[in-house]
Design a protein around this ligand. Structure first.
Ligand code: MRU
Length: 344
């Protein structure tokens, strides 16, 4: 795989600025907490696992900076975590990472600041490494199912650019392509920000996986002509009953899949499950600016426009054939099956 969404070397955090893709592959350094938060908010880095990883590294780097200034304390550490938590609300991986960093802090806060910083760094590195491993496992489990399918549709970007590894939904497809050269991926463009058109099409092409781009509203036409064998998408937050949030436009795909009796798969690591969310009512949905919708059409002044722009939608569990996780596959997910796999 040629791309790397996130790199962390010599205490320097770098990302590909995804707002510029595919025209330009520009690596930027997130040299301060403000820069990291801005990058998450503006979707320079995006995708649930990726923003969790960025959160962890950024908390470590800010703690290091405050240590150098002699002002790291439980209070200032909590403020850092709170600021990161306010960057985006839906992807639970962000909060998973923040909580892990908080535990690392409280486990070691009696010791010297050097040990504390080492522990924070170790924690951030392990969140990144674990995600890389999860992507591999998801690919491994997913291939067993997907080797049967030739024409698959996906939505948004759940690939290399969204994770610390080869992706979730796209890891399944990359691994499947190794054994089934007939695999072909239909890529929803993913309005309004074009994660499919700009990111998924780009990374699949870079890795030589045959793909076709379509506008989101063309999906029904493919299903109705029997041209789709399966759907695979990522997730931002999965509730204990199997309801999940993913990029706006995921739910209509699930409805189409159910109508045409086509299997619908979700691929996500264990860090995407929210143990505190019983069902979709416990999942907060991010609302984004009206400019994101109107600017595509060259409408300069959006003052007179009423716009509905949720970043995510909810797909109820009853639409899901299976969730492919790093721990195994959960068919027809429900609370028992999810808890069995997460807490065996
Ligand atoms: O708004 P985005 O681009 O961060 O939304 C990303 C998605 O919806 C992805 O499908 C999800 O985070 C899974 S990424 C492995």
């Amino acid at each position: 795989m040629k791309l790397e969404a996130i790199s962390f070397k010599n205490d320097t955090l770098k990302i590909i600025d995804q707002t510029l893709l595919p025209k330009q592959i520009k690596i930027i350094t997130l040299a301060s907490l403000n820069k990291s938060i801005e990058a998450i908010k503006k979707l320079r880095v995006r995708g649930a696992p990726a923003i969790g990883i960025i959160a962890a590294y950024s908390i470590f780097l800010e703690a290091k900076l405050l240590t150098e200034k002699g002002s790291l304390s439980q209070k200032s550490f909590n403020i850092i975590c709170k600021r990161v938590a306010l960057s985006r609300p839906t992807a639970v991986n962000l909060f998973f990472a923040i909580n892990k960093m908080k535990s690392a802090y409280s486990n070691f806060n009696e010791r010297t600041s050097n040990i504390l910083l080492e522990e924070l760094k170790k924690c951030a590195l392990s969140i990144h490494a674990e995600d890389r491993k999860s992507c591999e496992k998801i690919g491994y489990f997913g291939t067993k199912i997907f080797k049967e399918y030739n024409n698959v549709i996906t939505h948004c970007n759940a690939g290399i650019l969204a994770t610390g590894g080869n992706g979730t939904a796209l890891s399944v497809l990359y691994e499947t392509f190794k054994i089934n050269k007939k695999l072909h991926v239909y890529v929803d463009e993913t309005r309004p920000l074009g994660q499919g058109a700009r990111l998924t099409y780009f990374e699949l092409s870079q890795n030589n996986v045959p793909c076709t781009l379509l506008s989101d509203n063309a999906a029904g036409s493919l299903f109705s002509q029997n041209l789709i064998d399966a759907v695979v998408v990522g997730a931002d937050r999965i509730a204990l009953n199997g309801d999940f949030a993913n990029k706006i436009g995921t739910f209509p795909l699930a409805v189409l899949a159910k109508h045409f009796n086509i299997p619908f798969y979700v691929a996500a690591p264990d860090s995407t499950f929210d143990m505190n969310a019983e069902n979709s009512r416990d999942i907060p949905i991010e609302m984004r600016s009206k400019e994101e919708v109107v600017s595509f059409w060259g409408i300069g002044n959006s003052d007179n426009y009423n716009v509905y722009n949720p970043a995510f939608d909810i797909t109820p569990a009853e639409f899901v054939t299976a969730i492919i996780t790093n721990l195994g596959v959960i068919e027809k997910p429900d609370k028992n099956k999810i808890l069995n796999i997460l807490q065996p």
